[in-house]
Structures are given as C-alpha cells and as structure tokens.
Design a protein around this ligand. Structure first.
Ligand code: PDD
Length: 298
C-alpha cells in the first residue's frame, strides 16, 4: 500500500485489527494468497453493531455464526467467552462509542484443491469500523431500490463470504441510482442484496418467513419481536412482487443501517415518497429499545 509509511507514523489513529491471535495495525495484517477465503471464498462472516461500546444482540450473532460454521463444516475456532474477549478488546482498541464489528473465518491456508484440507487451522480476522447513527432527516428521506431476479444459490441462510451475486446485484442497483436491490425468487420477494425486507399493507406489517432463501437477519428478528411487543400486527408470510409494488410502506433492515425506508421502487413512488407512519413508529420503537439497554447498562 502506498500510504503504509504514513499509517505507521500515526499509530494512534490507525485501526487495530485481530488476525489469528495477534493485534495489528490494519496495514500490517496480512493473509497468505493461498488462504481459501481468497482462493475459493471458502468462509463465513458476521457484522455486529456496537452501541456505547457494547456489542448489540451478541448472543444472537454468535448463534448465527455457529450455524454458518456448522453449515460449511468449519470447526468453531473459539467458544463464546473467547469471542466475547476478542470483541471487547477490539472495541477498546478502536475509537468511537458506536462501532461495527466485522468477523471473518475462513477454512485456512492450504495448497489449492477443492477438497477440504486436512489439519488446517481456520483463519480468524476481526476489524472494527466506526458506526455512524443515521440522522432523522436521512431516515425520513429514505432510499431508492430496484427489483431483480434472485440469482443466488440455495443456501442464502448461511452468512458466507462468497458474495459475488450480491455484489453484482447491488452494483446494478447503484447503476440505476438505487441503494439496494430487492430480490425476487419464483415470484416471491426474499430479501435485499444486503438487507431483509418488510412491507406494510392495510396496516399489517409483513416480512418473508425464514428459509434457506434468505439470511436470518438479527435486525429482522428484533423488529418482529418489537412489533409484537408493541401490539403492531406483524406477519411472517410470503408476498409477491405485485404486493411489494402496491405496498403502502416498505422498509429494509440490517445491522449497520437498522431500519431504512424504501420510498422509490423501480421508479414508482412508495406511499408519500417519504418514510411512512408505520416505518417511523417502528424506527422510534427500535431507538427506544437501544436507549433502554444503555440505561440498563448504566
Ligand atoms: N449484511 N440479508 C443479507 C443478504 C445481508 O447481507 C444482511 C446484512 C442482512 C441483514 O442481516 P442483519 O440484520 O443480521 O445485519 C440480510 C451485512 C450488514 C453486510 O454484509 O455488511
């Protein structure tokens, strides 16, 4: 990297990352070109939001990580306590009360061969990036999205690092001045290329049920939980592209963006063209829930 010398002279501000048991400045963290993550995309990942220096919904993220590792048959390199220690150290070593943790585990480094290598140690990499709270006005303005055929494989429930279809589809969205691609498989809406999806029709909130065709989003699950707790009508049910296009409100969820409204879909204005009342209510409930945790944590 051309700026690595610069980074070395300012170690205070440089991101500190975790790689295979070591704490390193980002510019010094190196992985072999034979890492199966690099060669095959053979690995899994997690993205965990941190508020007030506390990982949010950590147990749920660790459980999903466990499920992803088991699904691709990588032995868990650490137990929950060890992960927690790694995350807490990472949070302490990086600046900002709100952060976004990225954890990636690959099958490890081995001579290139499709078969699982024997006696290989998984590569474990974790970094933290600043997490910027979305401003109210940005939330209200919402984003544009386009619908696309879901070209992914049959194991979308695994949080695999193999994201080429997602990258291609999000870029296609960007090429149309849209933020996200909403994916359609066999006539049904699955999720966004990097988010889960909710619609509101006649006051009822709907989100597709969990299946192997979508990622079981941690934010999605919390939104469903909070909607029920707040007496809002919320159904986990499949819906078609036509229902999506005719919805009164649409929003997307992810750990980094929380809840964000879709106000334009394929050049059609959704609702008033701004965040709708149910979306706004859900956003407020979500923020109240986060604030209540801060109070509990002291
Ligand atoms: N993506 N579906 C897909 C395909 C995703 O990539 C994501 C998140 C979600 C939302 O899941 P969660 O609420 O657990 O973040 C749904 C992350 C943020 C990413 O790849 O950066």
């Amino acid at each position: 990297m051309s700026n690595s010398g610069l980074n070395k002279s300012s170690p205070v501000t440089e991101q500190i990352v975790y790689l295979n048991g070591e704490w390193l400045p980002l510019s010094e963290a190196k992985v072999s070109v034979l890492d199966r993550g690099f060669v095959f995309g053979d690995g899994v990942y997690e993205v965990i939001p941190v508020y007030h220096r506390q990982p949010f919904r950590l147990q749920q993220h660790l459980q999903r990580l466990q499920n992803s590792l088991a699904a691709v048959r990588i032995d868990t390199p650490h137990n929950d306590q060890q992960w927690q220690l790694i995350f807490n150290t990472l949070i302490a070593k990086n600046s900002g009360d709100d952060q976004s943790l990225y954890l990636q585990i690959t099958r490890g480094v081995a001579r290139r061969d499709h078969f699982f290598p024997k006696d290989v140690t998984p590569t474990v990499f974790a970094m933290s990036n600043p997490l910027v709270q979305v401003e109210r006005q940005v939330f209200t303005n919402g984003v544009a999205a386009i619908t696309l055929d879901d070209i992914r494989w049959q194991y979308c429930n695994i949080k695999a690092i193999t994201l080429l279809p997602n990258v291609l589809m999000r870029q296609q969205a960007a090429d149309h001045q849209a933020y996200e691609a909403v994916l359609i498989r066999n006539g049904h809406v699955t999720e966004g290329a990097a988010s889960n999806i909710f619609i509101v029709t006649h006051g009822v909130i709907k989100t597709p049920p969990k299946s192997n065709y979508l990622l079981p989003g941690i934010t999605r699950d919390l939104v469903v939980e909070l909607a029920h707790a707040s007496q809002l009508r919320c159904e986990e049910t499949n819906f078609t592209e036509a229902e999506l296009l005719n919805a009164d409100e649409i929003w997307l969820t992810s750990s980094t963006r929380e809840i964000f409204p879709v106000v334009r879909l394929n050049d059609k204005t959704i609702g008033t063209g701004h965040a709708g009342p149910v979306t706004t209510r859900m956003f407020d409930i979500y923020q109240e829930f986060k604030a209540s945790l801060k109070t509990t944590a002291g």
